[in-house]
Design a protein around this ligand. Sequence first.
Ligand SMILES: [Zn+2]
Length: 177
Amino acid sequence: MTTTNPTISPIICAPWCEYGDGHPNEHFPQDQTCWGSATYVALSLEPADVDQDGDPYPARVGAMAHRPYNEAAVVNLHTELCGFKNIDTCAHLTPDEARALAEALTTTADQVDGIKLATTEGDGRTESCQLRDVRRRIRNMLDRFPASGWDLAESEAVLAALAGIVRGRPEGERLPS
Ligand SMILES: [Zn+2]
C-alpha cells in the first residue's frame, strides 16, 4: 500500500525547477512547489556556528527561484544568521525588486570601497567638473538663443549644438545667428 495521495497528479514544473518531475509524490498540491538552484554568499563578518561534524557553518544569504503553490514565481531571498541572532527566514521578491536590491548592493559596495562613478575620462571628480562645464555651456547658449521664434532648421541647429556640448565636442557646431 502506498502513502501517496491518489488524488494528486503531477504538475508542470517551472523550466528551472531542480526536481523537474512534477512533484508526483507529494501528499498535498500545496507542497508541489518548484525550486531553482541556490546561490549562497557566506557572511564572514557574522558569527558562524559549527555543524554536526564540527565543521564551521557560516552565516549566509542566498537566492533561488521559487514558485509557490498557485502563485507567480518569485526570487526567494534566504537569510541564515547564527549564534545569538539565530535567524532563518525567507523573503519573496519580484524579479524587479531583486534587481533593485542587486543594484543597491552594488552601489553601496562601491561606496564602501571608495569607487567613484565610472567615467571614460577619469575619476568621479573629473566627471563632476565636466558635468558643471556642460551645464554652464548649455545655460550660456540658452541665454544667447532663447527658445522662441525659431524655424525648424534653427531648432535643429540648436539641438545639434546641445548634443555636441553633451558629447564634449562643442566645436564645429553651427548655431543660429
Ligand atoms: Zn517543480
